[in-house]
Each structure stands twice: as C-alpha cells, then as structure tokens.
Write a protein that binds this ligand. Structure first.
Ligand code: AHR
Length: 851
C-alpha cells in the first residue's frame, strides 16, 4: 500500500496523563506488542502498514479518543528507532494545549543533543523539523511551518530527512511547509523520545500537547497520494468563516483603540513636543553645557550664580567675549535642527549683559556655518534678565534637512548670560508650546479614542522624588524645574499636564489619567497610612485639575493656566505595574486611593495595575509584550475570560520579534515588522471579539527617535528623526482596526486547520459589516465567508489589506511606505461568497448590507 513505510511504531494511546519522569519501554526489536515496564504505560505497537493514516478522515473524533496527554512528562524507547544519518521520516498527530516555549513532540537522543526534533519552536512559535549538524549541536538546520498553530486543533506533522539530497522537509496536514538544505547530520544512538527533546545532555522541551500515531519511517520516499489525501481530509486548503448576523453578541467598545504615552525614546522632549533646542535650561549636565558649543573667540561656561528671580531657571549659560569680535554659542538640537523652506520659527530666550546696549542675533545655520537659513536680532540688552522673542523665516531656497544648528551671536566685549533658549517650528493648531505637526497628523489618522498618560515607568520615576509630579509641570514654562526621566535623560517638563490634556483636545481623545500611587521603580514605596495621604491629596487635586470647576483647588489652577473648560474624564489608573512592588503594599495603597477618589468622584472608573483583594477595581490594566507568534496563538486569550470580575484595559501591548526590548535597544528595532503587525492584528481580533470585557487598549511604546542613542526600547509604533517620521506596519494594523470599527460585535467562527484569526463587527445604523481576517501563513488562503441572516448586500465590497512578500518587511525613516494598507474593491456573489486572503495579510472586508 505504501512504499514509505518500512518501520512504523504506532503510539495507539489511551488518554492518560504522564507525569514527569523517565518511563522506559522495551526496544522495538521485534514485531508485536511491546511490554511496558509499568502497567500505566501505553501500549507501543509495531506495524508495517500505513494504518495510522486511516484515522484522518475522522480526525475530529478519532484523534480525541486515542491520544496521549502530555503535561511535562515523556516516554522513551531505549533504542534509536531510525538511523538519523540516513534517510528517515517521522510523523505524529499533535494537538498543542498551551503555546509558548520549545516543545518537542518526538526526538531521538544524541549524547548532548537530540539528533532531530519534531517540535514547536519558542523563537518562531511555529512547528518545525529541526536537525542539528553535529553531536555538539553545531550546524543545525530547520524546516519550519509557515503559520502559527492554534491550541486545541489537531495537526499532522511529518518531518522528512533525505540523506541523498541532503534536505530536510516539514509537512503539516500533508502540505509542504519548507525544505531546507543541510551540510551534515549525525547518527543519534540514544533513546527515541516522545514528549521531550535533549539539549546540554539533559531532557528538555517538555510538551503541553496531546499526541497520537507517532510513526517512524526508514526512508524518505514520499507518497504524494497519501499526502494529498491528508491535505484534503484535513481541509487545509480552505477555510470557512461563518458570521451570525442575526444576533449581535455585544457592543463593540467605542474606546477600544487608544494611545499610550510616556517620555521614553526621546519621544516628548526631542519628539512630539516641538521644542528644537536641547538642554535649553542648561541642566542636562551639572558640569558642562552639553549640546552647546562656542564659536569664535568667546568662552562659554555654566553659571549657577545668576538665577532668574521668581522662576525655576537657576542655571544659565555665560558667554564671555574677550574683544569686540562676534562671539557665538550654538545648539545642536535633538540630532540636528530641522530646516524646511518658507517656514517661520519662533525663537525666544532670556538674556542679560555686563555691557548694557549690546545686541544678540539668533540664527539657524548649516552646521559648518556657510549657510544662514534665517536670522533676526534684538538689541538693547540690559544688566537685568529679560525675555526676548524673534521670528526666524527661512527662504524658498533653504534646503530641507537636519544638518543645522541654532546660534546666538553677541557683539562687543564682556559677558552675556542666556537662559531657557527656545526654538519652535509651526505647531499643531498653532499652540505656542505645542506639538509637532507631522507626528500629530500620523496619530490623528488613526482616530484614537483616548490617551493613557503620563506612563508607564515615567509616571513612577526611579525614586519618589523623580515621579511625575504634576504640580511641577504646569504654569509658564519658566516655572517648571524639570526632572530626571527614568529612561536615562532629563525632562524639561515643558510638555506638562496641561499640554498632555491639550493634545487630547486637539485629537479628540479622552484622557485616561494615571496618578502616582506611592511606588517608584527602584522599590521606594509609601505604605497606606498617614504618609500616603499627601500623595492621595496630590492625585485628588490632579483629578480636579483635569475635570474640576473654579471652586476646586485644581480646577482653579487649570483656569489660571489658561484653560477654563474642564476636560471630560472617566478613567483614572492608580499607579503602574504595581506587580513589581515586592513589598506587597499595593493592596493597601489601592484601597486608600480607591476610597478617597470614589468618595469625591463617585462616577470615575478606577483601574488597578495588579490584583487586589481589598476592593473590586472597575478595571484591570494588563500588559503583554510577546512574540508575534505568541500573540497570534493567544488571540483567544479573552474568549473564556471571567465575565464577573473587573473589566479589562490592555494598557500596554506589542508583538515584537525580539526578546527583552529594554536590553541593548540600540541594536534592535526600532519599529515592528510585518510579522509583528500580523501578530498585533491577530491579537486585536481577540480583543475586539471580547470587547464586552476588554473596553480599552493601547500599544506601547508609541514613539521612537530613530537616531543612534535615541532609544531605550527596541520596538515602537512610530519612528521619527528631527525632520521626518513614519508609521510602522503595526500602526497601520491599528489604524485599520480603529477606522473600520462598527458598534456591535457579530458572532463568528472559523473552520479549517490553517488558522485564520477573525473578528466581525457591524455599524448598526448603516448596516455595514466589517470582517477582519488575519492570515499569518505564507500562502494565500482560500475561504468561504458565510454571512448568515443577511439577504441583501451591495455586490461590490471594499477591502483594506495590509500585506507584504515576507514577514521581515517593514517601514523605515528612508522607506516609510514600504508596508501600507491598500484599498480596493472585490466582488460579493451573495451571502456566502468565496474569498482568498493573501499570504501574510491583515484584511478588513467592508460589506454594505444597506439597512
Ligand atoms: O512601555 C515601556 C515600559 O514597559 C513601560 O514604561 C512600563 O509600564 C512597562 O514595563
């Protein structure tokens, strides 16, 4: 019947749990039933027939009945069942119960490392047939599946080692996934293992899976008919997406897609905050005026003995000119001063002079000083501090770029002092202390519902003294002392609480306010009790600042700062990632904040950042930084979630292709690939399907300055330098989910073994249905979309598709639109229509049912 099979060992297993430990059975030496050493062990049976394939036409049921369940246990046969330096094959039906980690289903021991692994890989999240090149593990090769498996679904894995061609191949459900060339393989002489691998001389990679029909073949001759049969029987070439439009399951949270901000990766100072001067108040270093250089005969130094009375400006720059020749100081900005033609810049600075009457010229110049793009002068300096403001306008011939500096030039001998030197390009909504136009335009294109502010770790600070102390971030910018940012640089706090709120106003986002809750990153904390009271008062006043009227202390401050209208506020988060507070103080701290806030603002919804017992939070903030494969594999995370507990705010999440994004960030990233965007999109389908409990979500971090030294976190949503910016594929995935939203979720299900991730929503009034589908497979996926309960629809639908040719496709500052959503139309033949989802794609199908 089949030339492939010479030797087959069939694990015809009853569903029993194997506990960790070595359970040996007799070697497969003779035909017949083997004798397990323990009565609880399954029976190993030899067969020369291809009988295990007979089960596949009943895959759904037969596999369940006779599988063996592994939860960290394994079984071995003492002999090597195949010669791994020759041609061989190994197959197994596998149902993974928990994704993540390396999980070996079948392997054969070498001395130090398995001679092959039929496995799920941690680094890719995909099935693989892996063959080390040598007993040391060197020179290994992998044949990988093209998709991330789902839990609870049976797959037939078949690894083939062809010693003549020097290739290894992996088939899943009869479909070839990958063939990889190798240079060497070695003969494993140890045990044949089911449920584990071997590495470093030790059993490893225990699996969390059900297995059945583990078979070994002593050659690599494929039987195409059988493979086809498996492929057909497992329906791997087609999927069915069924949508029940008769019964909406629940509302789709209108707040689901928002933004999260904290000053990381020079994303506020040096980023969204449009200020172009770096170290404008000379406090970035206590020793030297970093980012400033002196040009010409002058000498510059830091001066702490000339504070500006009534301000927080205590350190200034002194420029001494020995003679009458011009002396200048230049600032290099945040990796350059951006210049564009025909642009008005507003420069301001405090200055005074030892010789009254001197003038100062402010200019924007090329770094070598050969081009002066714009300049303007003020005269009549006195011996008292005064603020000067000038407009610098570039001409039509100014060449766009960042290789420029900002220069202050004095004439005459003597000393000049400068403080809070500032330069702003045009800002969004022309706010004088505002935001960068290009970055606001990118954000606005996603229509975010809310902004979680101001962190993240930035809220907490490394120490209590370095927390986000909102009271020191308001009022005229000269009043703000600034503080050390936990991400390694100093924040001027020119972008303070009111600026965050005005940003919300500009993009019509609702603020989600995180208040400091008495814990800082290095472990300093204030337990509940009298010492916590001032921090609770600080939070209450901050809430008033956001939403209070003139009769409140906080509200009155906001009005004084120029914003009479209160901001709408519904959600307040108490702390950030308080699971890191090993003192166990969060429960008490949360309760104290909760009681005080609820008493004064009973309508506010309060968010906890760790599990608490003393109160029931309205919402829990949950964070996920994981590989794309894990995100996609866990897209059903909330499907079976407790519906009686607090609602969920997924307050930080991101798929990333790297481990530990905070370590050696400069070497990785800076923004996600298509692979991550697809992991994100898959994850969003799960949040959307479950948006009865997942009410809010926001990706983190939001921004990265892509210059060398600009980032502390490797994978970020939007990249920029001083002049240019770009959105990552992950941003576009979110944009698609946010724009094509609807207001109710329709029940959907998917059949087919190559997993598609699906969420379906509808705009009740318009009757428009949005079918969102993610195909992480490297092949186009045929599907039938069955809209049950829909009788009429426009025959032409709109589709928005984000895809690429390879998973590593991405956008960069020099190639910003490599991966972008493409909008087109498609034909709809009726309520049950055929559709092919492209390889590596996230799609939104927009179907008008014309209600
Ligand atoms: O997003 C980067 C950091 O990750 C956040 O500051 C923190 O909350 C989380 O650990």
């Amino acid at each position: 019947m089949n030339t492939l099979i010479r030797l087959s060992i069939i694990v015809a297993l009853s569903a029993i749990a194997i506990t960790p430990g070595l359970c040996q059975v007799n070697p497969v030496a003779t035909m017949g039933t083997l004798n397990p050493t323990s009565g609880t062990l399954p029976t190993f049976r030899l067969s020369s027939k291809y009988s295990n394939f007979e089960h596949v036409d009943q895959v759904e049921t037969a596999t369940e009945r006779s599988a063996m369940h592994f939860e960290g246990g394994y079984i071995v046969d003492e002999s090597p069942l195949v010669n791994t330096s020759g041609s061989f094959g190994v197959s197994a039906w596998v149902k993974v119960n928990k994704l993540g980690g390396f999980q070996s289903f079948v392997s054969l021991d070498g001395d130090q490392i398995s001679a092959f692994f039929l496995q799920l890989r941690q680094d890719t999240g995909k099935f693989a047939f892996t063959v080390p090149g040598a007993p040391t593990g060197d020179g290994g090769v992998i044949a990988s599946a093209g998709f991330t498996p789902r839990t609870g679904v049976w797959y037939w894995l078949f690894g083939v080692h062809d010693a003549a061609k020097k290739t290894i191949s992996l088939y899943v459900n009869g479909v070839l996934q990958q063939t990889t060339n190798y240079t060497s393989a070695f003969r494993g002489t140890g045990h044949t293992a089911i449920g584990r691998g071997k590495f470093g001389g030790r059993p490893v990679d225990f699996c969390q899976a059900d297995l059945r029909d583990v078979s070994f073949y002593d050659n690599a001759k494929l039987n195409p008919t059988e493979l086809d049969r498996i492929a057909t029987l497992t329906k791997s070439n087609s999927s069915t997406i069924t949508v029940d439009a008769t019964q909406p399951t629940h509302a789709l949270s209108p707040m689901l897609y928002g933004l999260m901000i904290e000053d990381i990766n020079y994303c506020i100072d040096g980023g969204l905050y449009a200020e172009l001067i770096r170290n404008r108040v000379f406090k970035n270093s206590a020793n030297t005026p970093v980012h400033w250089t002196s040009i010409g005969s002058g000498r510059m130094l830091l001066d702490n003995s000339n504070p500006i009375a009534g301000t927080a400006l205590t350190t200034c720059l002194r420029l001494d000119s020995p003679g009458s020749a011009a002396a200048s100081v230049a600032n290099d900005g945040y990796w350059g001063i951006p210049v564009t033609p025909n642009t008005k810049y507003r420069a301001s600075f405090y200055a005074k002079s030892s010789n009254p009457g001197r003038s100062v010229t402010a200019s924007i110049q090329s770094n070598d000083g050969t081009e002066i793009w714009a300049s303007a002068s003020v005269g009549g300096l006195t011996s008292n501090w005064k603020k000067y403001t000038v407009t610098l306008t570039t001409g039509a011939n100014a060449s766009a770029g960042t290789g420029n500096r900002f220069v202050l030039t004095t004439n005459g001998a003597g000393s000049c002092w400068f403080n809070q030197v500032s330069l702003f390009p045009p800002t969004f909504n022309n706010r004088p202390n505002g935001t960068r136009l290009d970055l606001m335009q990118i954000l606005g294109s996603m229509k975010p519902a809310f902004l979680r502010l101001p962190g993240g770790n930035y809220l907490e600070g490394n120490t209590i003294a370095e927390r986000f102390n909102w009271r020191e971030t308001i009022g005229d910018i000269s009043q703000r002392p600034g503080h050390q940012d936990p991400w390694g640089y100093r924040s001027d706090d020119g972008f303070g609480l009111l600026e965050y709120l005005e940003w919300c106003e500009d993009l019509k986002m609702e603020p989600v306010l995180a208040v400091y809750a008495g814990y800082s990153l290095r472990g300093e904390h204030v337990a509940a009790g009298p010492k916590l009271e001032p921090f609770i008062a600080e939070a209450l006043e901050e809430i008033e600042y956001v939403m209070g009227g003139p009769e409140t202390i906080g509200g009155a401050k906001r009005i004084k700062n120029g914003h009479p209208k209160p901001f709408a506020l519904r959600y307040v988060e108490i702390g950030n990632e308080d699971n890191f507070d090993r003192s166990g103080s969060y429960d008490g701290r949360f309760a104290a904040f909760y009681d005080a806030i609820k008493l004064k603002f009973p309508k506010l919804q309060l968010i906890a950042t760790d599990k608490v017992k003393s109160r029931k939070p309205d919402m829990m903030d949950e964070h996920f930084y994981r590989t794309a494969a894990t995100m996609a594999g866990d897209a059903d995370h909330y499907d079976k979630y407790d519906r009686t507990g607090p609602k969920v705010f997924v307050g930080e999440w991101a798929s990333q292709d790297i481990d530990k994004p905070w370590e050696r960030a400069a070497e990785k990233g800076p923004t996600p690939t298509l692979n991550s965007a697809l992991g994100d999109a898959a994850w969003m389908t799960g949040m959307e399907r479950n948006s009865d409990i997942v009410l809010l979500s926001c990706y983190a971090p939001l921004f990265v300055n892509v210059n060398p030294g600009g980032r502390q976190w490797a994978i970020n949503l939007i990249g920029f330098d001083a002049l240019r910016s770009f959105a990552s594929p992950s941003f576009y995935a979110q944009q698609m989910f946010s724009l094509y939203h609807g207001d109710e979720v329709l029940k959907s299900s998917v059949e087919g073994l190559i997993p598609l991730q699906v969420a379906v929503s509808r705009d009740k009034k318009k009757g428009t249905i949005y079918v969102k589908v993610v195909n992480m497979n490297g092949k186009p996926q045929d599907a039938e979309v069955d809209l049950k309960g829909i009788s009429r629809m426009k025959p032409i639908g709109k589709r928005v598709v984000l895809s690429g040719t390879k998973l590593s496709d991405t956008n960069t500052i020099d190639d910003p639109k490599h991966v972008v959503p493409v909008t087109s139309t498609f034909a709809i033949t009726g309520p049950r229509f055929k559709y092919t989802f492209p390889a590596y794609s996230a799609s939104v199908l927009v179907i008008e049912t014309g209600k």
